[in-house]
Write a protein that binds this ligand. Structure first.
Ligand code: NAD
Length: 287
């Protein structure tokens, strides 16, 4: 395949482009993931809170059963939601995490996932280091090949690095040309943590009409979405764009045949606003 992969700090490899299914209803997730696998995606990103693990899993088990793809060639990510338990402390909290994981795995219909993420750090509770102990156990038991985090900041990563012997393989964070996360990426690089971009297309809004990006797209005879995904790849970032439209699903994977030059990269850097689309994880505490 033409999709490059990234080697993670535990020796495993993840495709640099994957398929996200946030906001896709369960039944539609089956259709979308089916289309994605047919198009050539081998990495799928879901989460317990998306309520489409079952629909996502249906498309995956179908593809496995048909022989279209082997399990070891697929990379499946899911995430622990915030409301698994109110008591995130001690052994009880750890057991609750394991139960949440069991439920996700059962919905997916798989016997392991490639990557399990803590969805949000909720630093105001200080419970993520204890949750991480359950994650370490899942990895030791082989039910999860790799463990990682999402929406963590340098403070929370520093604490995990200090208190744990298992470093997260990656941190999945909001990242797109408006919000390029330059400092966090440098912190990750320093500590061997890969960067995965959520909302890599800025959720498909005004970013894809940004004049500077339209100009680059015209220069290369590509779409703005392709230019933005190419920028992620050339930045060493893992991206998981979402679409339910088959032509866009294919378009978003077709980014191997061109290269952004220094001038293009400078122009992309020029659109940064430093503004998030999603919530600031340091204060985010939804259940
Ligand atoms: P995205 O940046 O991938 O944008 C998706 C939207 O862009 C689509 O709904 C569509 O409207 C548009 N789009 C997609 N391809 C297009 C194309 N080729 N041309 C024109 N428009 C196009 O946004 P996202 O879904 O928020 O993020 C991607 C994935 O990241 C999610 O599905 C989910 O898996 C993950 N995510 C994780 C978190 C987290 O907290 N960890 C938060 C948000 C999203």
């Amino acid at each position: 395949s033409t999709i490059p992969s990234v080697t993670l700090n535990d020796g495993s490899r993840i495709p640099q482009l994957g398929f996200g299914v946030w906001q896709v209803p369960d039944a539609e997730a089956t259709t979308a993931v089916r289309a994605a696998i047919e198009a050539g995606y081998r990495s799928i990103d879901t989460a317990a809170v998306y309520e489409n693990e079952a629909g996502t899993g249906r498309a995956i088990t179908e593809a496995l059963a048909s022989g279209a793809v082997a399990r070891e060639d697929l990379y499946v990510t899911t995430k622990l939601w915030n409301s698994g338990t109110r008591d995130w402390s001690g052994e009880q909290g750890r057991d609750a995490v394991l139960r949440e994981f069991d439920a996700s795995l059962a919905k997916l219909g798989l016997d392991y996932v490639d990557l399990y993420l803590i969805h949000w750090p909720r630093p105001m509770h200080g419970s993520f280091p204890n949750i991480w102990k359950a994650f370490e156990q899942l990895k030791a038991d082989g039910r999860v090949k790799s463990v990682g985090v999402s929406n963590f900041g340098p403070e929370q990563l520093t604490r995990l690095l200090a208190e744990s012997s298992v470093t997260p393989v990656l941190n999945q964070v909001e990242l797109h040309p408006y919000f390029p996360q330059t400092e966090l990426r440098a912190f990750h690089a320093e500590h061997g943590i890969a960067t995965e971009a959520w909302s890599p297309l800025g959720q498909g809004g005004e970013l894809l009409a940004e004049p500077a990006l339209v100009k680059i797209a015209e220069k290369h005879g590509r779409t703005v979405a392709q230019v933005v995904l190419r920028w992620h790849l050339q930045s060493g970032v893992i991206a998981i764009p979402k679409s339910v439209t088959p032509s866009r699903i294919r378009e978003n994977l077709d980014v191997a045949g061109f290269e952004l030059d220094a001038e293009d990269l400078a122009a992309v850097a020029g659109v940064a606003t430093g503004k998030r689309i999603g919530p600031d994880p340091q204060g985010f505490d939804w259940n």
